[in-house]
Design a protein around this ligand. Structure first.
Ligand code: ZN
Length: 121
């Protein structure tokens, strides 16, 4: 299974793109802060404001579900997919290549360093 550069993906695909795919219609807008019906638990009332999203920070929170996260977490939660699958699905729907980690060796070295320092302490 090839890795995904989630950080690059979060930089390239904004919250607004995910909300568009989810057909999210805000019931209230205050600058970059939107409120509306939650696409994760599927609020029935269109005037619902349980779902809060910040476009500038690419962050969301639902006061009903108690869930929160990035735009990738939102797509995963709303479509019921694991994060890895959700990231690939999101790229396919947006017709863009899946960003892959540029230096897998550096990442694995960093992981080993963390493990050895945890063992020594
Ligand atoms: Zn919710």
């Amino acid at each position: 299974m090839a890795g995904i550069d989630f950080r690059a993906l979060r930089c390239e695909v904004g919250m607004d793109a995910v909300l568009r795919l989810l057909r999210f219609v805000p019931s209230r807008r205050h600058g970059e802060q939107l409120r509306g019906a939650c696409p994760v638990h599927g609020s029935r009332r269109p005037e619902s404001r349980s779902f809060s999203v910040n476009l500038a920070k690419n962050a969301w929170r639902c006061f009903h579900c108690g869930l929160a996260g990035t735009q990738l977490d939102l797509w995963a939660a709303a479509t019921g997919q694991p994060l890895y699958q959700a990231a690939i699905d999101l790229c396919e729907r947006l017709h863009r290549p899946v960003p892959r980690p540029p230096h897998p060796r550096i990442i694995s070295t960093a992981r080993q360093t963390r493990t050895s320092s945890a063992n020594s302490s």
